[in-house]
Design a binder for this molecule. Sequence first.
Ligand SMILES: NC(=O)c1ccc[n+]([C@@H]2O[C@H](COP(=O)([O-])OP(=O)(O)OC[C@H]3O[C@@H](n4cnc5c(N)ncnc54)[C@H](OP(=O)(O)O)[C@@H]3O)[C@@H](O)[C@H]2O)c1
Length: 261
Amino acid sequence: MVGEARRILVTGATGGIGTAICRQLAGSGYSLVLAARDEAKLKALSDDVTGNGHMWLRLDMTSDQSIRQFAEELAAKHIALDGAVLMPPQAHSTNDPMPSSEAWRALFQNCFIGPLEVLKVAIDRMSSDPINGRRAKIVIISGISSAQVLGHYATSNVLRCAWIGEAKTLAFALGARGIHVNTLSLGGTLSPWYREGIEKRAEAAGITFEERLAEETSNIPLGKYGEPAEVAVAVEGLLSPFSDHMTGLNIMHDGGFTRSY
Ligand SMILES: NC(=O)c1ccc[n+]([C@@H]2O[C@H](COP(=O)([O-])OP(=O)(O)OC[C@H]3O[C@@H](n4cnc5c(N)ncnc54)[C@H](OP(=O)(O)O)[C@@H]3O)[C@@H](O)[C@H]2O)c1
């Protein structure tokens, strides 16, 4: 349990991984600002994670107008943040290494520039005071293509690396304010949409879900994909005093799959 209720913004709150993170943090006494696009899902989640004055706000990270409105609502409600979990929208899986300029512009806008605007809004609401032990923690959810090229995630290879550069730059710039910025790079994690992908690949190969899962995880040292609840525990660690002397790190959460140093 944490002492006083620290308030954390969780974007992508209603997704498979976001929901697990919200449950974990709410259970540990954090006060949450839940953000995503679908209001009905936000309402259902906020009923699910009761306690400590949680609130939800609609946010579309690909829309400048939505981000402006989100910033205004946080300001109007005088919301101070102790941290943020940022989940930039995922670029679709593709093996095209040279998409058109138009496609790149849209990808950078939706997966990097928009979410970075959201992060700037969150940073503006952070009231860290490191001399008195009050630190703010940012965790950016990334993927393993941040450290190792994946053939079927050609555009993610670039976008994830952009986030690593930005996270390290922000960590350097914001360290004196007691604002920490780390990225958590996920390997395959069994959220509902990821399970659906395995189901489709299994069907296409004419094998069962379990057979396909065993095939896909055979080259992972721990022999399994991650669970959303495992990601949630790691995120909580990075928001906690565990990371009081850690910033600018890209941490692999992939069962040992990534071999790079
Ligand atoms: N699962 C994996 O294997 C895996 C691996 C590597 C990285 N990741 C990363 O982990 C994160 C979560 O994955 P997940 O499996 O939990 O996916 P998910 O279930 O599809 O959840 C995505 C979440 O993001 C929200 N979202 C999507 N587009 C948005 C937008 N434009 N603006 C604001 N919110 C938006 C969704 O809610 P709305 O649709 O209502 O907005 C939802 O809450 C993603 O960032 C993904 O890149 C996942």
